[in-house]
Design a protein around this ligand. Structure first.
Ligand code: NAG
Ligand code: NAG
Ligand code: NAG
Length: 367
């Protein structure tokens, strides 16, 4: 066996033992667990890392109690990042802007995809495309179809960013013009619902669905520009949509079958795709190709698929993984300048293949 591989397996085995050890310890001997955690925190240099974290992300806490609580959460997240690293070796995990929130707070405050899968009335099914001449690498950023990375802030509005991203791309393909579109319009004005399904409505910072938002955009006429209807990330504002200022219009939208070649073919032919994903591993993600050994397929985050590659780097260079390139909406300090890579050809990892939509834009906006 290759010596490097052997070394790596040894580390992996040791880490698995240590993870199950952690669990066992905490069950059998809480005191030993506390001592162990303290030793761990020293090893991880938690104090120093927390200082750096606070300064990098300009974190301030309202009082000492809150500060101490956040430091405890931070330490738990350092340990969690280390576990993520062991279970996802082709990515890099560590301190992110979300290192002082618990996984629960994270999914409540920074994601925002409704769990109910719903297909509004005007949803079509994407035609099956030929896949025999697909490129091995493709990236819509290189073709001018992707706007800058945006930031949803403390608002569960991921779904609106996924929607604008897809329509920005489709509008670019239809008109050759790249225009940043308004998420706030969707947050304030789109309450698309299925009365038969509780909790399926688009509800601003409390979550929504991309297909609902395409339906709204089709029905209402279109979306205004970001600059004409800027983002505030606040809920419950009056809808300020003005029909005379529409900048992009939906012609139709379709769901893409859960087949990775079809997804790639639709991406290449129709532009960036609105997709859903389970974001658990993204809280600690720094870079590389994420390909965790286990990931729930229960999607809780809406993002934008902009490209794919055939061989992403893995720190230990054991294998080169094909991957998807995903635009996120957590600002450009997160991940790889705001982007995420997740492995392709891995059995619908994190649910990445099963809620994929493509949108087509109208070529000329009537005046
Ligand atoms: C969707 O279609 C159903 C069945 O045709 C109809 O009852 C319902 O009113 C439609 N909903 C909307 C929002 O148009
Ligand atoms: C809508 O926009 C047009 C063009 O900018 C403007 O003249 C009009 O007053 C606006 N309408 C409302 C209700 O704000
Ligand atoms: C969707 O709209 C585009 C652009 O108008 C058009 O070319 C295409 O045929 C439409 N697709 C479907 C399935 O209606």
């Amino acid at each position: 066996m290759d010596r490097v591989i052997f070394f790596y397996l040894l580390i992996a085995a040791a880490s698995l033992v240590s993870i199950s050890g952690e669990v066992e310890d905490s069950l059998n001997n809480p005191i030993r667990q506390v001592v162990r955690e303290e030793k761990d925190d020293q090893l991880l240099n938690a104090d120093h890392q927390f200082t750096l974290f606070k300064s990098k992300y300009q974190k301030t806490y309202k009082n000492q109690v809150e500060h101490d609580h956040r430091f405890r959460v931070f330490k738990a997240n350092l340990r969690r990042a280390r576990r993520h690293q062991l279970l996802d070796p082709s990515a890099v995990h560590g301190v992110t802007q979300f290192s002082d929130v618990t996984p629960k707070e994270f999914s409540r405050k920074y994601l925002g995809l409704k769990q109910r899968f719903r297909l509004p009335n005007d949803t079509q099914k994407a035609a099956i495309l030929p896949t025999n001449e697909l490129p091995t690498d493709f990236d819509w950023r290189e073709h001018g179809a992707v706007t800058h990375v945006k930031n949803q802030g403390l608002c569960g509005s991921c779904w609106s960013f996924s929607t604008t991203g897809a329509l920005e791309g489709a509008h670019f393909l239809a008109t050759k013009e790249l225009v940043s579109l308004s998420e706030q319009q969707l947050i304030d004005c789109d309450h698309t619902c299925d009365p038969q399904q509780a909790n399926s409505c688009d509800a601003g910072c409390r979550g929504g669905l991309m297909n609902n938002a395409f339906e709204y955009t089709l029905k209402t006429g279109g979306l205004m520009k970001e600059q004409d209807y800027p983002y505030t990330g606040r809920d419950h504002s009056v809808c300020k949509f003005n029909k005379t200022m529409i900048a992009a219009m939906v012609s139709n939208f379709s769901v893409v079958s859960a087949d990775e070649d079809q997804i790639a073919a639709n991406l290449v032919q129709h532009g960036p795709l609105a997709i859903a994903i389970n974001a658990l591993w993204m809280q600690t993600y720094i870079g590389g190709v994420s390909c965790p050994y286990v990931c729930s397929k229960n999607q809780n985050h809406g993002v934008l698929l902009v490209g794919f590659g055939s061989a992403g780097y893995a720190p230990l260079r054991l294998e080169e993984k094909p991957y998807w390139i995903i635009k996120n909406s957590w600002g450009s300090l997160w991940g790889e300048k705001g982007y995420y890579k997740i492995c392709r050809g891995s059995d619908n990892i994190c649910g990445v293949d099963t809620m994929v939509s493509t949108v087509a834009a109208v070529h000329t906006i009537p005046q």
